[in-house]
Design a protein around this ligand. Structure first.
Ligand code: ZN
Ligand code: ZN
Length: 128
């Protein structure tokens, strides 16, 4: 159910927003702990990603490896989030971590800025 709702949202959803969404769908307010448990389970199984900067969760439809490097392109204007991955980035990050003797658990990159649609809005280029 939580995964369904995350997929349907198509954008990052915070745990407390998820409680509201589930409450609306079922007419029963779930306990926060059960929502967190569901989200943890989905995270562990690589079905969702956690966006640290937004403290929100997003469904992953890409069926990539759990340890794969993913980049999130987060639009500051409309809030849309695009998931992207690149083996070049993964390789460079891996080398960077290895050079420090660091063993990463998850490699998640978050880029904030403007999405294509927002960047193309008239007047946007003149904005500070
Ligand atoms: Zn993903
Ligand atoms: Zn946008």
């Amino acid at each position: 159910m939580v995964l369904d709702k995350l997929c349907a949202a198509g954008r990052p959803v915070g745990a407390y927003d998820m409680i509201d969404i589930v409450a609306q769908a079922t007419g029963k307010r779930p306990a926060p702990v059960s929502i967190y448990r569901a989200l943890d389970f989905l995270l562990e199984n690589g079905l969702v990603h956690r966006l640290a900067s937004r403290n929100a969760y997003m469904a992953c439809a890409h069926h990539h490896e759990r340890a794969a490097t993913v980049a999130f392109l987060i639009c500051d204007s409309c809030g849309c989030v695009t998931e992207a991955s690149s083996t070049d980035v993964a390789t460079s990050l891996g080398a960077l971590a290895a050079a420090s003797g660091f063993r990463p658990q998850a490699q998640v990159i978050e880029l904030t800025g403007l999405c294509r649609a927002c960047a193309a809005e008239p007047g946007r280029a003149a904005a500070p």
